[in-house]
Ligand binder design. Structure first.
Ligand code: SF4
Length: 350
């Protein structure tokens, strides 16, 4: 079998990236264990998001809620607002559910094994493996996009994703290390993120290049193969952005279920092919010249933006007014921030 454990761990000892939640290899060898709360938070945030984007959110969360018990006791709206901009908002709702389950069912201490971790809300196979390996040094196999790429190249396997997942998991399991399992898991992910990158892998400085079949075949940049995706459909909607005479903004908390569930946003129509107008109040709505465009996982959204000033005694049939001094656009999800940017000029107080 290709032996990659020793060269990868040697490379990691020198090149491990510093991250707020990571215990660096020298400290780990000296017996320092990572904080499971910090590791869990990082892994939930890193699902679908880059390390660079997660860093500041992780620091914000651990500053506001230093322990899982404090997070569990937080108001839902405060957590959703702190998460705004990070996307995939179901993760934030599951984050709270998980924190509350850790407190209610496990006395505030994260369970340590894959089998127990995977029973928690929002923790799937990858996250359970990552937390059990990184936080508790359990021998678990992590398989994220970075590891898939490294394994496909190491074995020069041309099976297209997603069908290739089981075989890539098989390769990854063969290499899962009994020696320093937590460091090994982070090493292989770091390798994929920094050396074995999608477009231009730095094979010349790769610690496992002598074992790599794709490098020998010259096929590394073609791998992993992917089944072509269908083009995303485009949906349309209208966002209604209104201010009352005293400057308060008309906002609406979206239903818990569905896209952007539980997040604060502007009242909108349904998002579809040609949605019907659905004004939250009768007013002189003015249409913006440009549209807010946003890409979700399964579709592109084109959001027309309409603005209006409302009288002080306005009584909308949806949403509630938020005073000017408590409103912060950064507490809105990104698509709502884009709509705000288009509306802000017309709704600036004169
Ligand atoms: S040799 Fe190149 S393709 Fe192979 S694992 Fe290293 S960086 Fe990736």
């Amino acid at each position: 079998m290709r032996d990659i454990t020793a060269p990868l761990l040697d490379w990691y000892d020198v090149h491990a990236r510093e991250m707020p939640w990571r215990v660096m290899p020298d400290d780990r060898k000296a017996g320092v264990m990572p904080n499971p709360y910090a590791v869990w938070l990082s892994e939930v945030m890193l699902q679908q998001t880059t390390v660079a984007a997660v860093r500041q959110y992780h620091q914000k969360f651990t500053r506001i809620w230093p322990t899982v018990a404090e997070l569990a006791a937080a108001e839902d709206a405060d957590v959703m607002a702190a998460w705004a901009g990070l996307g995939y908002y179901a993760r934030a709702r599951n984050l709270l559910k998980c924190a509350r389950a850790v407190v209610a069912d496990h006395g505030g201490a994260f369970p340590q094994t894959y089998d127990d971790l995977i029973t928690l809300p929002g923790i799937g196979p990858y996250t359970a493996a990552a937390i059990s390996a990184i936080a508790f040094d359990e021998v678990s196999t992590v398989l994220d996009g970075n590891v898939e790429r490294v394994m496909a190249r190491l074995y020069d396997d041309h099976t297209p994703l997603p069908a290739a997942k089981p075989v890539l998991m098989d390769y990854a399991q063969r290499h899962t290390s009994n020696e320093r399992p937590g460091d090994y898991a982070q090493a292989v992910m770091d390798l994929g993120a920094t050396i074995c990158t999608p477009k231009s892998p730095a094979c010349g400085i790769c610690p496992i290049m002598v074992e790599c079949a794709a490098r020998a075949a010259g096929s590394q940049t073609e791998l992993p193969k992917k089944t072509p995706k269908k083009p995303k459909p485009t949906r349309h909607g209208i966002a209604y952005i209104a201010r009352r005479a005293d400057g308060a903004w008309l906002l609406e908390t979206r239903p818990d279920k569905g896209l952007l569930g539980g997040m604060l946003g502007w009242p909108t129509t349904e998002w579809g092919d040609a949605p019907d107008e659905y004004e939250p109040i009768s007013a002189d709505w003015i249409e913006s010249d440009t549209e807010a465009r946003h890409t979700f996982t399964h579709f592109n959204l084109v959001l027309r933006v309409q603005t209006a000033w409302l009288p002080q005694d306005a009584s909308p049939n949806r949403g509630q007014f938020m005073p000017e001094d408590t409103f912060s656009p950064s507490a809105l999800p990104t698509v709502m921030q884009k709509a705000y940017t288009l509306a802000a000029a017309t709704l600036r107080p004169v």
